[in-house]
Design a protein around this ligand. Structure first.
Ligand SMILES: Nc1ncnc2c1ncn2[C@@H]1O[C@H](COP(=O)(O)OP(=O)(O)OP(=O)(O)O)[C@@H](O)[C@H]1O
Length: 605
């Protein structure tokens, strides 16, 4: 049985890979708003130099004061003005950077989220959604999409400013001794490395516990979900949900608390070392001043530079740690963008054939990790035929429909489009083009909490004539007067809208299929299960009308309605067991005849 390719590499990226991810992200960031990012880069450089300039001015000012006290001369007013000017420039660039950074980060966030959604659109199959690892990844991507791009932008620009600042201040410290910046930086490197390692640990724990966090959230969501509210109340489920949620949350918090404490305490030794180095250099500077080797201004410079370097290295460590966490998120993001799913659109799609006959040749298929549910199935449906597919629960009817729509690929055999002599494998045509020829009502159709109109149009341009035809034929028009705003009625109580009954929903989704009047293939999977007898008759009449001249596949348990089909296919355990007209199958006395007799018996026929 085929397995979908792994969507992600389970192993965490190492430093070299993180650097490659950074290398890939920088152009993406720049691409999202080139002007803004260039401007921000320049401002980060400028902002980084200001602390060193301020320190130098302070040194000159203190030495000037000493000179004046000793009867010499110094332009203290100019120095004070220069100091104030530098400080003001620092403040102004800081604020301007924050504002522009916000704009740049917003643009980068939108670009990143769009790419995620575009990629989701490229995942044309459903197999990927059945992989639990995919849900872990999606949770991580969803949670991070609104903030990771923003934070990474801030981190990269902050890092740039900090590095420039460090270089500037190190240059200033060189005036005290060539070895001073080296010792100060070396003393702080362990702190930086420890912090990065601990951030790494935090991230890997988050990844390992994603499934646990998804599971505990499920209990909370279930408790608050309107759909489950009736069962929860009837069966007194709430205490169970609360208990499970609380216990799982406590477990999760215990694990994560351990990591947090490790992160906080783990840096202590490195912090003590950094402090000792700083104190040592400070003591050395004071001793040198006592020896007359350093001016008072130079001592002030050393004190200022030490605290600046400490601050810079601290923020460097934070930025590298946090930045590596953001890059881990981006690693997942690129894995997702680069994933090649099993059901992929062909690079060079074949055109759709003229006729759209459907042929299954020895098709076998099983869901990921499960035994085959369709086995060696062969079937030919000429274009224009109306075929009813019947069979017991779990026979594989809906799966057959999903294969025909190429939501999955068979593990053996093939599905062909076109008449003999001009057949094309379904895998070789563009899935979007093929699906644009199909209108379908699924058994588990989507109930969007939009207004009724949007639920019918599903993003298509509104054509009033087609809309009124679809609404009339599906029975939707008849129920509109009971809705406050007709087609504009919002669905979903969570948004102040209304709830529809199962039958009303079914009419709405029927209108959805009927609206796609240009479709050449009509697929209806249990379209009338929730309809009252009158509505059912109306919907079938509309289908019969719409099915004329098209291929129509009707999956149903209501055998009364299958008589309208040209042909009835009976499925059992993933195979076609009977195939013929209603009369032929009755005469055959097989499974269909038995099912027919059972249902007819219920109505006293
Ligand atoms: N996404 C899935 N993952 C794993 N197994 C699945 C999935 N969908 C369906 N199955 C299994 O495949 C088998 C066929 O299901 P399918 O929905 O095709 O049957 P069906 O004939 O349409 O049944 P029904 O009449 O109840 O709608 C069942 O055993 C079902 O449990």
């Amino acid at each position: 049985m085929p397995r979908p390719p792994r969507l992600r590499d389970q192993s965490a990226p190492d430093t070299a890979q993180l650097l490659r991810i950074l290398w890939r992200t920088l152009p993406e960031l720049w691409h999202s708003s080139p002007m803004l990012v260039s401007l921000l880069g320049l401002m980060a450089l400028l902002g980084g130099l200001i602390p060193a300039a301020t320190l130098l001015i302070s040194k000159w000012a203190v030495d000037g004061v000493s000179r004046v006290a000793a009867g010499g001369e110094a332009d203290l007013a100019l120095l004070a003005a220069a100091w104030a000017g530098a400080a003001l420039l620092g403040q102004v660039t800081g604020i301007a950077r924050q504002v522009l950074q916000g704009y740049a980060a917003d643009k980068f966030t939108v670009q990143t989220s769009r790419r995620l959604m575009d990629k989701m659109n490229d995942l044309t199959g459903l197999e990927v959604l059945e992989d639990p690892r995919f849900h872990d990844d999606i949770q991580i991507l969803q949670m991070g999409a609104p903030r990771r791009p923003l934070n990474l932008t801030a981190t990269i620009l902050g890092l740039l400013g900090t590095l420039v600042g460090l270089l500037g201040v190190s240059g200033v410290l060189l005036t005290v001794g060539w070895w001073v910046p080296l010792v100060v930086v070396a003393g702080m490197v362990p702190l930086t490395l420890t912090q990065m390692r601990l951030y790494e640990l935090g991230w890997s724990m988050t990844i390992q516990n994603t499934q646990a966090s998804r599971e505990l959230n499920y209990f909370q969501k279930a408790a608050l979900n309107q759909q489950f509210a009736k069962e929860i109340r009837l069966y007194g489920l709430m205490p169970y949900l609360t208990r499970e949620y609380t216990e799982r949350t406590l477990d999760y918090q215990r694990t994560m608390r351990g990591v947090r404490n490790k992160q906080l305490l783990g840096v202590l030794p490195a912090q003590i070392l950094a402090l000792a180095v700083t104190a040592g250099v400070f003591a050395y500077a004071v001793w040198q001043a006592q020896q007359g080797n350093l001016t008072p201004g130079a001592v002030v410079l050393v004190i200022g530079a030490l605290s600046q370097v400490r601050g810079d290295l601290q923020s460097l460590a934070d930025s590298l740690g946090v930045g590596s966490e953001h890059l881990h998120w981006f690693a997942k993001y690129y894995e997702f963008l680069d994933a090649v799913p099993q059901v992929a659109a062909p690079a060079q799609p074949q055109p759709l054939p003229q006729r759209l006959d459907l042929t299954l040749e020895g098709v076998t298929f099983g869901y990921q990790g499960h035994a085959p549910v369709i086995e060696n199935l062969s079937l030919h449906i000429p274009e224009g035929q109306t075929v009813a597919i019947v069979g017991e629960n779990g026979a594989g009817k809906s799966t057959l429909i999903k294969l025909l729509l190429r939501f999955y690929d068979p593990s053996a055999g093939r599905i062909l489009l076109g008449s003999a002599g001009e057949q094309t494998d379904l895998r070789d045509v563009d899935p979007a083009e093929w699906r644009s020829q199909v209108a379908a009502v699924f058994q588990d159709y989507a109930r969007f909490e939009w207004d009724v109109r949007q639920n019918v149009l599903l993003g298509q341009q509104e054509d009033p004539q087609r809309l009124s035809y679809a609404a009339d034929a599906s029975g939707l028009s008849a129920m509109l007067p009971r809705l406050e705003d007709g087609l504009n009625t919002r669905i979903g109580q969570a948004y102040g809208g209304v709830d529809l009954s199962g039958g009303q929903w079914q009419k709405l989704v029927t209108a959805r299929a009927l609206y796609r009047a240009e479709a050449r293939v009509l697929i209806l999977d249990e379209p009338t299960a929730a309809l009252d007898p009158r509505s059912e008759a109306e919907v079938f009449a509309a289908f019969a009308e719409l099915a004329r001249g098209r291929t129509a596949l009707l999956v149903t348990h209501r055998l009364g309605s299958v008589r309208m089909a040209d042909r009835i296919v009976v499925m059992r355990s993933g195979r076609v067991t009977e195939d013929g007209t209603h009369e032929e199958l009755l005469a055959r006395g097989g499974e269909y005849a038995e099912l027919w007799r059972l249902q007819a018996g219920q109505y006293g026929e």
